[in-house]
Design a protein around this ligand. Sequence first.
Ligand code: PDD
Length: 275
Amino acid sequence: MYFYKNEFMNKADIQLSPDDRGYYFGDGIYEVFRVYQGKLYEQDAHMQRLQRTASEVRLTLPFTIEKIGQILTELVAKNKLIDGTVYLQITRGEAPRAHPFPTQAEPIMLAYCTEVPRPTATIHNGIKAITFADIRWLRCDLKTLNLLPNVMAKQAALDNNVQEVVLHREGTVTECSASNLMIIKDGVLYTHPANHLILHGITRAVVLRLARGLEMPVKEEAFTTEQLMAADEAFISGTTVEITPILEVDGRTIGAGTPGAHTRKLQEEFVRTFS
Ligand code: PDD
């Protein structure tokens, strides 16, 4: 069961218009929520980010945040979803193709659930990555539909037989294709500051909170690809990947080449936030 425009309906009954500005311009915003044990994880944080993105791109949400929350909760219940994700997208509506904001169009909301098990194998074993130029725009803090650079980056990873890309702007690491990146050096956790160059990940915020709770020093400071290579530990954080260790970048081993003790501790604490 999907939600589209104003109602719950079967996917097959959704009639999408080619005039949806999501198609023409990527003129829309989205969120991906994790569902653990039938409940939306960090719902308020996702809703706040949705509201912020909507306001920054001057898109009026079709419903109040409370109503959107109710719709998503109902969607999860109707689909009997226990472990998985909810995708929520809101575009600026349907109008003949023209760049200015349409005066008549109503924003269009789409939401659906997917059953997805936790990626326990990669969480346990870690993944490899390559570095890749971050060619995105200067508002990466907004969760908009314009994901072509992310798609290109992720495909480059797969073409190189690794699972992820580490994006960098002239050697300064920003984040990954659909996750944030953190490193640990001499017991200190470093991650790019939450500015316009990265998405302010909900999982990133949870991890920083957990690290502070463990009295692990946290520095929201940018680091270079060379500092990444010289780190003791590295991992990515995100709704779909949770905390996944990075063991190798561009063929160079990070730390001992196995998931590190700090990463393991944060993973343990992370599981406690939803179980
Ligand atoms: N991506 N950075 C980017 C570029 C992202 O697209 C995402 C999430 C993150 C992690 O954010 P969070 O912890 O809030 O999931 C960081 C989602 C899952 C996606 O596009 O599928």
